[in-house]
Design a binder for this molecule. Structure first.
Ligand code: FPP
Length: 255
C-alpha cells in the first residue's frame, strides 16, 4: 500500500488486496516500548520478577510473529539508561533474564535468519553479558531475514550526545566542516544506522510518552499506544497496530 496520497475508490480496493498480501502494511521497521510488566504481575498478585519473566516470553513470541509477517527490523526497548535507578534486585533480575534470553534464543535466531543488533552503550553491562552479546552479534551478523535490535543501557539523549561527540571530533580532525553537517551525517552515526527508517513506534500499558526512546528516529514515525500490558501483547495486538498504521496518511510535513 502506498501511504501518503489520496485514493480513489478503485485504489482503495486495490489497497485491500495488497494489504491481504502484506500483513506489515508496508511497515519495514517497528519499535516497541515494552511497558507494564510490573503492573501485569501486581494484578496477578505475583512478584515483579514474574512480570519480567512473562515479558521475555512475549518478546520471544513477537520476534517470531514479526519475522513471519515480514517485518525487516524490530527494535525493542529492553533496558534504558535510566533503568539503573531501579532497586538492585530488580536490575539483577533483568540482567539474569537477558543472560537466559541470549543463551536460550540464539539458536532460534540462527535457524530463522535473524540478525541481532544492540543499540545503547551495552559495554557498560557486566563483562560476561558483554561477551555473550559480542558472540551473538558475531554469529548472527550475516543473517538477512530480519534484524532484532535490542536497546540495552539505551537513552536517546545519550545516543545524541555520543553522535555529537563523534561529529565534534570529525570537525576538529578537519574531516567535516561544521556548517556542512547534514541530517545524513547524524543518521549515519546513530546506533540504529543501517536499519530502515522507523515506521511505527508502539508503546504498551497506556502510558503516553516516549521515555527517551529513539527521539531522532521517530521524527516521522507513526505512534501507536495500547492499554495492553506488555506480557499480554501478542500477534493479534501486533496485527491491530499494523492495521492502524495502514490506515494512517503519512505526509512527512507535506500536504
Ligand atoms: C517495563 O515494565 C519493562 C521493562 C523495564 C523492561 C522490559 C524488559 C523485558 C520485556 C524483559 C527483558 C527483555 C529481554 C529482551 C531479555 P515495568 O517494570 O516498567 O512495568 P510497570 O510500569 O508496570 O511497573
Amino acid at each position: 500500500m502506498k501511504l501518503g496520497r489520496s485514493k480513489s475508490g478503485s485504489e482503495d480496493q486495490r489497497d485491500s488486496a495488497d494489504n491481504a498480501a502484506d500483513p506489515t502494511y508496508g511497515a519495514r521497521h517497528i519499535a516497541i516500548i515494552m511497558d507494564g510488566n510490573g503492573r501485569w504481575a501486581k494484578r496477578k498478585h505475583l512478584p515483579r520478577a514474574m512480570g519480567h519473566k512473562k515479558g521475555v516470553e512475549a518478546v520471544r513470541q513477537i520476534v517470531r510473529d514479526a519475522g513471519e509477517m515480514g517485518v525487516e527490523a524490530l527494535t525493542l526497548y529492553a533496558f534504558s539508561s535510566e533503568n539503573w535507578n531501579r532497586p538492585e534486585d530488580e536490575v539483577s533480575d533483568l540482567m539474569g533474564l537477558l543472560r537466559q534470553y541470549i543463551q536460550s534464543d540464539l539458536n532460534e535466531f540462527l535457524e530463522n535468519g535473524v540478525r541481532l543488533k544492540v543499540i545503547g552503550n551495552y559495554q557498560a553491562l557486566a563483562p560476561d553479558i558483554v561477551s555473550m552479546i559480542d558472540d551473538a552479534l558475531r554469529k548472527t551478523a550475516s543473517n538477512k531475514k530480519m534484524t532484532v535490535a535490542v536497546a540495552l543501557n539505551y537513552g536517546a539523549q545519550d545516543e545524541l550526545v555520543r553522535v555529537t561527540q563523534k561529529l565534534a571530533q570529525s570537525v576538529s580532525d578537519g574531516d567535516i566542516k561544521a556548517d556542512q553537517i547534514t541530517n545524513e551525517h547524524i543518521s549515519q552515526r546513530l546506533d540504529t544506522s543501517g536499519l530502515p527508517p522507523l515506521d511505527l513506534l508502539i508503546r504498551t500499558s497506556g502510558e503516553l510518552r516516549l521515555s527517551n526512546f529513539l527521539l531522532w528516529q521517530s521524527a516521522y514515525s507513526e505512534l501507536y499506544f495500547t492499554d495492553t500490558l506488555w506480557p499480554d501483547f501478542d500477534r493479534k495486538e501486533l496485527e491491530n497496530a499494523l492495521k492502524s498504521f495502514g490506515e494512517r496518511d503519512r505526509r512527512y510535513g507535506g500536504r
